[in-house]
Ligand binder design. Structure first.
Ligand code: SF4
Length: 465
């Protein structure tokens, strides 16, 4: 699919440049729509009758080839799909793969609540971001609707995380959907045998639904077409997760076919998010370590090959850290450097004699400097300059560290009231602008080491106060 141009979108806007959206022109607004920084709802004139045809055209134009399906409600709701491209480097990915962890209804309510809380509390800090798990998949293992209902109730009492309700029995799913009515759970799953009844449950309870037919792309597309014609618009596709023999290769191949049909062919019945179930690795596994290893491998493969949601069993840190890191890498927008706010940061409890360091607001640079100072137990101030998210050397090459930028962070930070000395330590690679910075700040500029891990040794030789 050709990438939308601002002109394409502009043609579907009122074109009156009224500025009610807060942007100066309709053309500028068109660019913001393409980048998903704003939505059609931000343009009030589009609600006027005279622009209704344009609004319809605009909504059609902006619908991504992979429909965005919302699971859950409130702040913790998750968007699945919504992607424009097959590979991230073609643009960016918008909605990261949702990671759902299973509980089953054979467990007592207390155990369910405990596991659900563990899923919700799981979190790791990485370069200023919290890496979290996204939801809970409740499996009906007992086959009993009442037990399933109790499990759903226990889970909803313990968490606001989005839910996937798992059963092939429409009556079981109906009980679960009614209990989780305001949570908009994802129903797993409609098959060629039960889809009419599951579609009814989905429509009655306003839930998205998974169309599932392992290993049969043609059959899955027919199933999704049927569910759509029954009136369900929010569908997620499950082509199965097969690990027997060459099953994983076949699974990955099918995932690629589905995404190509959606993005390149714009085949309506394929234009939905995709679900993978790496937890099949636990079926018949010889040991927990083997199962966990295989599950992590499958999950990583499916995350790389377009799955928008995964159902996983293990919450072990060793298994999930690589997956969370992989997800962070894949779903980081390549067009935008990862940055931190430009401001004054403190490490430990600095006083008026503590050193003041300068660095840039590229997230990895700042966190490396801060963690090196923390590890060495050096209380300090760090002035983080706004270099548009670029690292130190790149900022130098691109002239982003300038006297004006440094003056700006100086005046914003109030650093002159916090220390009595007037010495600023700058990164070693910025040595050549020492003189300019001295003129700009009136402080003594000290050229520090090129690598922040060398700061402790540097301070021993160069005391600040
Ligand atoms: S509110 Fe709509 S019509 Fe007005 S300038 Fe913005 S995009 Fe154009």
């Amino acid at each position: 699919m050709a990438r939308l141009s601002p002109m394409d979108v502009y043609k579907a806007l009122p074109g009156i440049n009224c500025k009610k959206c807060g942007v100066d022109t309709c053309m500028a607004f068109a660019s913001k729509l393409i980048e998903r920084e704003m939505t059609p709802a931000d343009c009030p004139p589009l609600d006027e009758a005279q622009y209704s045809t344009k609004k319809t055209a605009l909504l059609k134009l902006l619908s991504p080839p992979v429909r965005e399906v919302v699971v859950g409600s409130g702040e913790k709701a998750i968007k699945l799909g919504g992607e424009e491209v097959i590979y991230r480097h073609e643009l960016t990915y918008f909605n990261q793969t949702g990671l759902f962890y299973d509980v089953d209804d054979s467990l007592p309510a207390d155990e369910i609540k405990k596991r659900v809380s563990a899923i919700e509390d799981f979190g790791v800090d990485k370069i200023g971001r919290k890496l979290k798990l996204d939801g809970v998949a409740i499996r009906c293992k007992t086959g009993d609707a009442a037990s399933f209902g109790e499990a759903v109730l226990a889970a909803t009492e313990a968490t606001e995380l989005p839910l996937i309700l798992c059963s092939y029995d429409p009556e079981v799913l109906e009980v679960g959907a009614e209990i989780a009515l305001d949570k908009r759970p994802l129903l797993f799953a409609a098959t060629p045998d039960n889809w009419e009844k599951i579609a009814d449950v989905a429509l009655k309870n306003n839930c998205p639904v998974v169309a599932s037919l392992p290993g049969d792309v043609e059959g899955l597309l027919k199933l999704s077409r049927n569910i759509r014609s029954a009136g369900v618009s929010d569908i997620v596709l499950d082509i199965g997760t097969n690990t027997v023999g060459d099953g994983l290769a076949e699974t990955i191949n099918n995932l690629v076919i589905l995404r190509r049909l959606a993005v390149e062919e714009e085949l309506a019945e394929a234009m939905y998010p995709i679900l993978g179930v790496p937890m099949v690795a636990w079926i018949g596994a010889e040991s927990e370590v083997d199962a966990g290893f295989e599950e992590a491998t499958i999950a990583a493969s499916q995350l790389l090959r377009f799955c928008d949601a995964l159902i996983i069993h293990s919450t072990e840190m060793w298994q999930n850290m690589p997956l969370l890191n992989l997800r962070l890498n894949i779903y980081t927008d390549p067009r935008v450097p990862v940055s931190v706010e430009s401001k004054l940061y403190v490490v430990g409890t600095p006083d008026e004699k503590s050193p003041v360091f300068l660095t840039t607001n590229f997230a990895l640079t700042y966190f490396t400097v801060a963690s090196d100072l923390e590890a060495a137990k050096i209380p300090a101030y760090i002035l983080v300059a706004d270099t548009e998210g670029l690292a130190v050397e790149v900022s130098m090459a691109g002239k982003k560290i300038t006297p004006e930028v440094i003056q700006d962070i100086f005046s914003k930070s109030g650093i002159e009231d916090l220390v009595k000395h007037r010495k600023l330590v700058i990164p070693g690679v910025t040595a050549r602008i020492k003189g300019e910075l001295e003129d700009a700040t009136g402080w003594e500029i000290i050229v520090g080491p090129k690598d922040s891990s060398m700061i402790p040794g540097f301070l021993q030789k160069t005391p600040i106060a």
